[in-house]
Design a protein around this ligand. Structure first.
Ligand code: ATP
Ligand code: MG
Length: 367
């Protein structure tokens, strides 16, 4: 079997090479180098399923660690998020701090020896807000000469813990702490966050939309990756594979993975084997990405998608005819789907699906 470890065809798994995100990462690094409290210290990443939000957060974490930050690795928004963030920061700080002997504080033992005052002894935990605990922790991290970075994944609108986090973060900024935050979510979730009055600081945050990868970029990666794993692929077949990814990083990883799987022992892959690999990648992409997106849509939204032509643009008028719905209601679905980043409008009065295979998948499912 060919070693395919150069490919990472699973969610949240860091790829060997992170393609096409250089600018976002370099701007983020600039932000960390800049003065505490600057606008680039807060980043909001938007992207569809499989576009690489989680792995980008992981890369930002690595960069921040190199710059002397204590990082709370990506925490999924939702219940318990605030406690997890504190735990992670405390643990990471304890791993970085010079080891001291454990100290006793009021009968409790200082958690990891950074300091017994580190608000995590039993009595100090109780009765204090998250903002208070985070502020105390930030003082400790500051005293270590380090900054702190909080990463939140899968943000949702209307989330009380996220509001609390936003308030606490703004207090850190107000106190001049060396803090930064990066959050990632689906475009629709992020746009509902931006409508939240408590989260106004997010309007000033740096926004990054994860765009599709360029075919040339994918082809160059395949060239490197196939060489690394000893797969012999003609230039034409490699380009065919790169095009088939349709700009999706996840699909690219799946294609590479299945190409190594279906290649012969000698490392050669025939046209037929390539076709099989592309089909398998398509299946996995539908099961990993299209299902999740389709499940989050209403019946009418699915009908809207099923009314799109699989290739190219579709006039909204034609969609209304196919849906047998009034122009007003079709416009309503159009707006919602645009907001969610599921369709785009490349020309006035026309739309197309932004997610490869979704139209086909929803049609197969019978809307
Ligand atoms: N820029 C990239 N270059 C190469 N591979 C990538 C890139 N971004 C993501 N991938 C690969 O794509 C897959 C999906 O990445 P990830 O889990 O980060 O997506 P996601 O946007 O968080 O998806 P979801 O919304 O479903 O959580 C992984 O296999 C990852 O290795
Ligand atoms: Mg993710």
């Amino acid at each position: 079997m060919i070693d395919d470890s150069v490919f990472s065809p699973s969610f949240g798994r860091k790829p060997a090479i992170l393609l096409g995100r250089e600018q976002i990462i370099s701007e983020f690094k600039e932000g960390l180098r800049g003065p505490a409290g600057n606008r680039d210290r807060a980043t909001l990443i938007m992207g569809q399923r499989g576009s690489g939000k989680t792995v980008l957060l992981l890369s930002l974490a690595e960069e921040a660690v190199k710059q002397g930050f204590i990082v709370a690795s990506p925490t999924v928004a939702g219940n318990g998020m605030l406690d997890r963030i504190l735990e992670k920061l405390e643990y990471e700080a304890s791993q970085t701090a010079p080891k001291r002997k454990k100290r006793i504080s009021g009968g409790g033992v200082g958690a990891f020896g950074i300091s017994a005052n580190l608000s995590f002894t039993q009595e100090a935990q109780e009765g204090h807000s998250f903002a208070y605990k985070l502020m105390r922790l930030s003082e400790q991290i500051d005293a270590m000469g380090k900054g702190l970075l909080i990463l939140v994944d899968e943000v949702q609108g209307n989330d009380s813990e996220l509001r609390e986090l936003a308030i606490a973060y703004q207090e850190l900024v107000g106190a001049g702490r060396n803090a930064a935050i990066a959050m990632a979510g689906l475009p629709g979730a992020v746009s509902s966050l931006l409508n939240d009055k408590v989260l106004t600081f997010l309007h000033r945050a740096k926004k990054a939309t994860l765009s599709s990868l360029q075919t040339g970029e994918i082809d160059a990666f395949f060239s490197y990756a196939f060489q690394t794993c000893g797969l012999a692929v003609s230039e034409a077949d490699r380009m065919r594979a790169a095009k088939a990814a349709e700009g999706s990083p996840y699909r690219m990883q799946l294609i590479g993975h299945y190409m190594t799987r279906y290649a012969g022992e000698n490392g050669h892959i025939s046209g037929k084997q390539l076709t099989k690999a592309l089909q398998m990648a398509e299946e996995d992409f539908k099961n990993g990405v299209c299902i999740a997106i389709a499940e989050a849509l209403t019946g009418m939204e699915r009908l809207f998608i099923a009314s799109l032509s699989p290739e190219g643009n579709t006039p909204v008028k034609l969609i209304a005819e196919r849906m047998q719905a009034s122009p007003d209601s079709v416009n309503n679905y159009r707006r919602r789907l645009l907001d969610a980043g599921i369709i785009i409008s490349p020309a006035r009065g026309e739309v197309r699906c932004a997610i490869p295979l979704l139209v086909e998948f929803i049609k197969e499912q019978g809307s």
